[in-house]
Unconditional design. Structure first.
Length: 130
């Protein structure tokens, strides 16, 4: 489970960093006309759209919640609702892949699992580091 209570901008940057293929839809129940169309959008498109139309929203308190067990992948605007998500997050990079409603943690890479002997005094550096 991932939970991050920060500004909307920081939550979006965290999603973009951890899930670069993520698509976002603005929840119709929570959307105001100035928030833009519903989507789907990339994280960068959402940030740009909000920067142009409602830049103050990027500084609003938000909660990123990704919980595979409860099948939740969303960002909540805490001043609007802690129960209804503002942004729904989906895995994939095109509209046809929106069938998967929760983001999955990426599989560990070789760098993440590089054995202890590749670091430390006198050890050979990990061949993929740098």
């Amino acid at each position: 489970m991932i939970r991050l209570d920060e500004s909307l901008q920081v939550c979006l940057l965290a999603v973009e960093n951890r899930f670069p293929q993520c698509l976002i839809e603005i929840n119709e129940q929570m959307r105001e006309p100035s928030d833009g169309e519903g989507g789907p959008y990339t994280v960068e498109q959402v940030r740009q759209q909000l920067q142009v139309y409602t830049p103050q929203l990027l500084h609003a308190p938000a909660r990123l919640l990704i919980d595979e067990q409860q099948e939740i992948s969303a960002i909540y605007l805490l001043d609007r609702s802690e129960k209804v998500p503002f942004l729904n997050l989906y895995e994939g990079h095109n509209h046809d892949l929106l069938h998967q409603h929760t983001l999955q943690e990426p599989a560990p890479t070789f760098i993440d699992t590089c054995p202890w002997w590749t670091t430390g005094l006198g050890a050979t550096p990990c061949p993929l580091s740098d």
